[in-house]
Write a protein that binds this ligand. Structure first.
Ligand SMILES: CC(=O)N[C@H](C=O)[C@@H](O)[C@H](O)[C@H](O)CO
Ligand SMILES: CC(=O)C(=O)O
Length: 308
């Protein structure tokens, strides 16, 4: 881990490897870390989020996974962010204390999504109670209204948030509303907050608005190409950056039409990396073999600008 190093660039939203009978498969994480670092050039991870089926895991499993990522990522990864959101506040707090105790680089929390906060003040009050359990580490709000149903705009949320949550560091912004993102960045004149975009197929749009980086599922297996997009963008080679976004988008557009979610992400990562990610946990069900054949053929057919 690199304390104090700014979180930027790509962050892989980690998959939770499972055994064929549905237990978490901790021994896979060692090779998973090496794969991300060596093959995808991705050195930041976001653990136990959407892609990691964090909300389908027990508290005990979440702690074991967090510990394993911390242990295997030591001296290899730059940042390990642990998602500690849950429906029950005491569970969030327990996970926040645990993340802090094992030395996580930060914590993130989604809005509770059964009983929902109905306004900004209710949401901030909840987040504050979690953040204050880990007062020494950065706190990120994980905005994913399509899954939580909590549509409070981030621009509104950020107004005055530092006073209530001193550790507030930024937002994982997984929404298509680029007006909201732009207004957040526009108000962030001092650059005190980080904005990590979470809709991989339109990352270039968010970069154009000033997003600092991205957290997503596809950086597990398209991290190398997306890094090349980031590099092209940084060099103001917009045509090359667009080419990468169009090609990652071509794959995603294809699989989204077939039906694409965490189960399919596990299957794609398995055939790209060779690391067996196993089945998802119910209510998710595994990808069909038809999906796997088609997705693999599509990915293999793409010719990347660097000739690979
Ligand atoms: C809803 C969801 O899982 N979003 C992920 C992260 O926020 C993304 O990484 C998507 O998986 C990706 O953009 C493909 O649609
Ligand atoms: C995609 C993402 O960031 C997550 O899986 O939580």
């Amino acid at each position: 881990m690199t304390p104090g190093k700014k979180l930027e660039g790509l962050v892989a939203a980690t998959i939770t490897p499972m055994t064929p009978d549905g237990q978490i498969n901790l021994p896979m994480i060692r090779q998973y870390v090496d794969y991300l670092v060596n093959e995808q050039n991705v050195k930041n991870v976001f653990v136990n989020g959407t892609t990691g089926e964090g909300l389908s895991l027990s508290i005990q499993e979440r702690k074991q996974l967090a510990e394993e990522w911390m242990c295997q990522g030591k001296d290899k990864l730059d940042h390990v962010i642990i998602h500690v959101g849950a429906l029950s506040l005491p569970e969030c707090q327990e996970l926040a204390r645990h993340a802090a105790a094992i030395g996580a680089g930060g914590i993130a929390v989604i809005a509770p999504f059964f009983f929902k906060p109905t306004n900004k003040d209710e949401l901030v009050a909840f987040l504050q109670k979690v953040a204050s359990e880990a007062p020494e580490i950065p706190f990120y709000y994980y905005h994913i209204p399509s899954l939580t149903g909590v549509k409070i705009r981030v621009e509104e949320l950020l107004d005055g948030i530092k006073a209530q949550i001193p550790t507030f560091q930024g937002v994982k912004f997984s929404d298509m509303d680029l007006l909201d993102l732009a207004q957040c960045i526009n108000k962030n004149e001092m650059g005190q907050f980080e904005f990590l975009y979470g809709v991989d197929e339109q990352l270039l749009g968010a970069l154009a608005l000033g997003a600092n980086g991205a957290v997503g599922s596809t950086y597990n297996y398209l991290g190398r190409q997306t890094n090349l997009m980031l590099q092209a963008f940084a060099k103001a080679d917009l045509a090359l950056a667009q080419k990468y976004q169009f090609l990652t988008g071509e794959f995603l557009n294809f699989v989204i039409k077939l039906g694409f979610g965490v189960a399919q992400t596990k299957a794609v990562m398995t055939f790209v990396s060779g690391i067996p990610m196993g089945p998802p946990r119910l209510p998710l069900v595994g990808a069909s073999s038809e999906f796997i054949v088609k997705a693999k053929a599509k990915l293999d057919s793409i010719v990347w600008p660097d000739g690979d």
